[in-house]
Design a protein around this ligand. Structure first.
Ligand SMILES: Nc1ncnc2c1ncn2[C@@H]1O[C@H](COP(=O)(O)OP(=O)(O)OP(=O)(O)O)[C@@H](O)[C@H]1O
Length: 228
Protein backbone atom coordinates (compact mmCIF):
# COMPACT_ATOMS: atom_id res chain seq x y z
CA UNK A 1 0.00 0.00 0.00
CA UNK A 2 2.85 2.41 0.85
CA UNK A 3 6.33 2.07 -0.57
CA UNK A 4 9.26 4.45 -0.22
CA UNK A 5 12.41 4.03 -2.27
CA UNK A 6 15.58 5.92 -1.30
CA UNK A 7 13.59 8.90 -0.03
CA UNK A 8 15.66 11.93 0.84
CA UNK A 9 14.29 15.27 2.04
CA UNK A 10 16.32 18.42 2.57
CA UNK A 11 14.38 21.53 3.66
CA UNK A 12 15.35 24.89 2.17
CA UNK A 13 17.20 25.79 5.40
CA UNK A 14 19.55 22.85 4.81
CA UNK A 15 18.04 20.47 7.41
CA UNK A 16 17.99 16.87 6.17
CA UNK A 17 14.79 15.36 7.62
CA UNK A 18 14.76 12.13 5.57
CA UNK A 19 18.04 10.51 4.75
CA UNK A 20 17.54 7.45 2.58
CA UNK A 21 14.24 5.92 3.67
CA UNK A 22 13.18 2.56 2.23
CA UNK A 23 9.99 1.02 3.54
CA UNK A 24 7.09 -1.21 2.56
CA UNK A 25 3.79 -1.07 4.42
CA UNK A 26 1.05 -3.51 3.50
CA UNK A 27 -2.66 -2.89 3.33
CA UNK A 28 -4.32 -3.29 6.72
CA UNK A 29 -1.19 -2.82 8.80
CA UNK A 30 -1.10 -0.66 11.94
CA UNK A 31 2.26 1.08 12.20
CA UNK A 32 3.61 3.30 14.97
CA UNK A 33 6.30 5.81 14.06
CA UNK A 34 8.43 6.67 17.09
CA UNK A 35 11.68 8.49 17.73
CA UNK A 36 13.18 11.58 19.34
CA UNK A 37 11.88 15.08 18.73
CA UNK A 38 13.16 16.43 15.42
CA UNK A 39 14.00 12.92 14.12
CA UNK A 40 11.83 13.32 11.03
CA UNK A 41 8.59 11.54 11.99
CA UNK A 42 6.26 14.31 10.84
CA UNK A 43 8.25 14.77 7.64
CA UNK A 44 7.98 11.02 6.93
CA UNK A 45 4.21 11.20 7.42
CA UNK A 46 3.66 14.46 5.53
CA UNK A 47 5.38 13.03 2.45
CA UNK A 48 2.71 10.29 2.31
CA UNK A 49 -0.08 12.77 1.61
CA UNK A 50 2.12 15.15 -0.34
CA UNK A 51 2.08 17.91 2.25
CA UNK A 52 5.84 17.78 1.66
CA UNK A 53 7.58 16.46 -1.43
CA UNK A 54 10.84 14.49 -1.20
CA UNK A 55 13.99 16.09 -2.62
CA UNK A 56 14.79 12.75 -4.25
CA UNK A 57 13.49 9.19 -4.20
CA UNK A 58 10.04 7.78 -4.85
CA UNK A 59 6.88 7.29 -2.82
CA UNK A 60 4.10 4.99 -4.01
CA UNK A 61 0.59 4.86 -2.55
CA UNK A 62 -1.37 1.94 -3.96
CA UNK A 63 1.04 1.80 -6.88
CA UNK A 64 0.77 5.49 -7.79
CA UNK A 65 4.08 7.35 -7.64
CA UNK A 66 3.26 10.64 -5.92
CA UNK A 67 5.89 12.55 -7.90
CA UNK A 68 3.99 11.71 -11.08
CA UNK A 69 0.80 13.42 -9.85
CA UNK A 70 -0.14 16.74 -11.36
CA UNK A 71 -1.08 19.50 -8.90
CA UNK A 72 -4.75 19.13 -9.76
CA UNK A 73 -4.60 15.40 -8.92
CA UNK A 74 -3.32 15.96 -5.37
CA UNK A 75 -6.77 16.75 -3.85
CA UNK A 76 -7.95 13.40 -5.22
CA UNK A 77 -5.04 11.62 -3.46
CA UNK A 78 -5.86 13.43 -0.19
CA UNK A 79 -9.50 12.37 -0.38
CA UNK A 80 -8.36 8.78 -0.17
CA UNK A 81 -6.30 9.43 2.95
CA UNK A 82 -7.72 10.40 6.34
CA UNK A 83 -5.42 12.67 8.33
CA UNK A 84 -5.72 13.25 12.10
CA UNK A 85 -3.66 15.91 13.88
CA UNK A 86 -2.68 16.54 17.49
CA UNK A 87 -4.60 19.84 17.57
CA UNK A 88 -7.87 18.58 16.02
CA UNK A 89 -8.27 21.45 13.50
CA UNK A 90 -12.07 21.65 13.85
CA UNK A 91 -14.09 24.53 12.41
CA UNK A 92 -15.25 26.50 15.49
CA UNK A 93 -18.48 27.89 14.00
CA UNK A 94 -19.77 24.51 12.87
CA UNK A 95 -21.29 21.97 15.23
CA UNK A 96 -20.10 18.35 15.49
CA UNK A 97 -22.43 17.09 12.78
CA UNK A 98 -21.56 19.96 10.44
CA UNK A 99 -17.81 19.57 10.98
CA UNK A 100 -18.04 15.96 9.84
CA UNK A 101 -20.56 16.65 7.05
CA UNK A 102 -18.32 19.38 5.66
CA UNK A 103 -15.76 16.76 4.56
CA UNK A 104 -18.45 15.20 2.36
CA UNK A 105 -20.01 18.45 1.13
CA UNK A 106 -16.71 19.53 -0.42
CA UNK A 107 -16.69 16.35 -2.50
CA UNK A 108 -20.33 16.89 -3.47
CA UNK A 109 -21.90 13.82 -1.91
CA UNK A 110 -25.70 13.74 -2.06
CA UNK A 111 -27.60 15.01 1.04
CA UNK A 112 -29.02 11.52 1.65
CA UNK A 113 -25.56 9.91 1.58
CA UNK A 114 -24.16 12.66 3.82
CA UNK A 115 -26.88 12.12 6.42
CA UNK A 116 -26.32 8.37 6.46
CA UNK A 117 -22.52 8.47 6.57
CA UNK A 118 -22.31 11.20 9.22
CA UNK A 119 -24.86 9.46 11.44
CA UNK A 120 -22.98 6.15 11.13
CA UNK A 121 -19.55 7.60 11.82
CA UNK A 122 -20.73 9.62 14.84
CA UNK A 123 -22.12 6.38 16.27
CA UNK A 124 -18.77 4.66 15.62
CA UNK A 125 -16.86 7.29 17.62
CA UNK A 126 -19.56 7.44 20.32
CA UNK A 127 -20.74 11.00 19.69
CA UNK A 128 -24.31 10.52 18.46
CA UNK A 129 -25.63 12.38 21.51
CA UNK A 130 -23.38 15.39 20.92
CA UNK A 131 -24.02 15.99 17.23
CA UNK A 132 -25.46 19.49 17.81
CA UNK A 133 -22.72 20.72 20.13
CA UNK A 134 -19.95 23.08 19.09
CA UNK A 135 -16.23 22.31 19.43
CA UNK A 136 -15.75 24.72 22.37
CA UNK A 137 -18.45 22.79 24.29
CA UNK A 138 -16.51 19.52 24.04
CA UNK A 139 -13.63 17.98 26.00
CA UNK A 140 -10.28 17.44 24.26
CA UNK A 141 -11.01 13.73 23.82
CA UNK A 142 -14.41 14.48 22.30
CA UNK A 143 -12.89 17.02 19.93
CA UNK A 144 -10.34 14.44 18.84
CA UNK A 145 -13.17 11.96 18.23
CA UNK A 146 -14.87 14.52 15.99
CA UNK A 147 -11.65 15.01 14.06
CA UNK A 148 -11.28 11.24 13.65
CA UNK A 149 -14.91 11.00 12.51
CA UNK A 150 -14.24 13.70 9.93
CA UNK A 151 -11.11 11.96 8.67
CA UNK A 152 -12.79 8.56 8.25
CA UNK A 153 -16.30 9.53 7.12
CA UNK A 154 -15.28 9.05 3.51
CA UNK A 155 -13.97 5.55 4.36
CA UNK A 156 -10.32 6.09 3.39
CA UNK A 157 -8.12 3.02 2.97
CA UNK A 158 -5.28 4.85 4.70
CA UNK A 159 -5.48 6.85 7.93
CA UNK A 160 -2.47 8.90 8.99
CA UNK A 161 -2.30 10.34 12.50
CA UNK A 162 0.39 12.69 13.79
CA UNK A 163 0.46 12.59 17.61
CA UNK A 164 -3.31 12.07 17.92
CA UNK A 165 -3.11 11.60 21.70
CA UNK A 166 -0.50 14.32 22.27
CA UNK A 167 -2.93 16.66 24.04
CA UNK A 168 -4.94 14.03 25.90
CA UNK A 169 -4.78 12.37 29.33
CA UNK A 170 -4.03 8.60 29.57
CA UNK A 171 -7.65 7.39 29.90
CA UNK A 172 -8.89 9.60 27.09
CA UNK A 173 -5.94 8.47 24.95
CA UNK A 174 -6.97 4.83 25.44
CA UNK A 175 -10.49 5.67 24.25
CA UNK A 176 -9.02 7.28 21.14
CA UNK A 177 -6.82 4.22 20.55
CA UNK A 178 -9.88 1.98 20.74
CA UNK A 179 -11.38 3.93 17.86
CA UNK A 180 -8.20 3.52 15.79
CA UNK A 181 -8.28 -0.21 16.55
CA UNK A 182 -11.87 -0.38 15.28
CA UNK A 183 -10.95 1.47 12.10
CA UNK A 184 -7.98 -0.86 11.59
CA UNK A 185 -10.17 -3.93 12.18
CA UNK A 186 -12.49 -2.66 9.46
CA UNK A 187 -9.54 -2.86 7.07
CA UNK A 188 -7.92 0.59 7.04
CA UNK A 189 -4.15 0.91 7.16
CA UNK A 190 -3.07 3.12 10.08
CA UNK A 191 0.17 5.08 10.34
CA UNK A 192 0.57 6.85 13.67
CA UNK A 193 3.45 9.03 14.86
CA UNK A 194 3.47 9.07 18.65
CA UNK A 195 5.49 9.81 21.77
CA UNK A 196 3.05 7.75 23.84
CA UNK A 197 5.24 5.00 25.24
CA UNK A 198 2.50 3.35 27.32
CA UNK A 199 0.25 2.92 24.32
CA UNK A 200 2.97 1.61 22.00
CA UNK A 201 4.05 -0.93 24.63
CA UNK A 202 0.53 -2.08 25.52
CA UNK A 203 -1.37 -2.10 22.23
CA UNK A 204 1.27 -3.91 20.18
CA UNK A 205 1.79 -3.21 16.48
CA UNK A 206 4.64 -2.73 14.03
CA UNK A 207 7.03 -0.03 15.28
CA UNK A 208 9.28 2.07 13.04
CA UNK A 209 12.00 3.97 14.87
CA UNK A 210 13.08 7.14 13.10
CA UNK A 211 16.39 8.72 14.11
CA UNK A 212 18.23 11.42 12.18
CA UNK A 213 15.93 11.05 9.18
CA UNK A 214 16.55 7.29 8.94
CA UNK A 215 14.55 4.23 9.93
CA UNK A 216 16.88 2.61 12.41
CA UNK A 217 14.53 -0.10 13.65
CA UNK A 218 11.51 -1.88 12.16
CA UNK A 219 9.85 -4.49 14.37
CA UNK A 220 6.52 -6.27 14.40
CA UNK A 221 4.93 -6.19 17.85
CA UNK A 222 7.77 -3.79 18.66
CA UNK A 223 8.51 -1.72 21.74
CA UNK A 224 8.80 2.01 22.14
CA UNK A 225 12.28 2.05 23.69
CA UNK A 226 15.17 3.88 22.06
CA UNK A 227 18.51 5.30 23.17
CA UNK A 228 18.86 8.98 24.04
N1 LIG B 1 9.08 23.24 7.05
C1 LIG B 1 10.30 23.04 7.55
N2 LIG B 1 11.33 23.81 7.17
C2 LIG B 1 12.58 23.59 7.64
N3 LIG B 1 12.91 22.61 8.50
C3 LIG B 1 11.92 21.81 8.91
C4 LIG B 1 10.58 21.98 8.47
N4 LIG B 1 9.82 21.02 9.05
C5 LIG B 1 10.64 20.31 9.82
N5 LIG B 1 11.91 20.77 9.74
C6 LIG B 1 13.10 20.22 10.42
O1 LIG B 1 13.25 18.87 10.03
C7 LIG B 1 13.63 18.06 11.14
C8 LIG B 1 12.61 16.96 11.32
O2 LIG B 1 11.36 17.55 11.74
P1 LIG B 1 10.04 16.71 11.96
O3 LIG B 1 8.95 17.68 12.30
O4 LIG B 1 9.84 15.80 10.82
O5 LIG B 1 10.45 15.87 13.27
P2 LIG B 1 9.58 15.01 14.28
O6 LIG B 1 10.32 13.73 14.48
O7 LIG B 1 8.18 14.92 13.80
O8 LIG B 1 9.65 15.87 15.61
P3 LIG B 1 8.59 16.01 16.83
O9 LIG B 1 8.56 14.71 17.55
O10 LIG B 1 9.22 17.09 17.68
O11 LIG B 1 7.28 16.43 16.24
C9 LIG B 1 13.76 19.01 12.33
O12 LIG B 1 15.13 19.35 12.45
C10 LIG B 1 12.93 20.20 11.93
O13 LIG B 1 13.42 21.38 12.51
Amino acid sequence: MIKMKNVYKKYSNGVVAANGINIDINRGEFVYVVGPSGAGKSTFIKMMYREEAPTSGQIFIDGTELGSLKNKEIPYLRRQIGVVFQDFKLLPRLNVYENVAFALEVIEETPTEIRKKVTDVLALVGLSQKARMFPNELSGGEQQRVSIARSIVNEPKLVIADEPTGNLDPDTSLGIMNIFEKINNRGATIIMATHNKDIVNSIRHRVLLVEGGMITRDEYEGEYSYEG
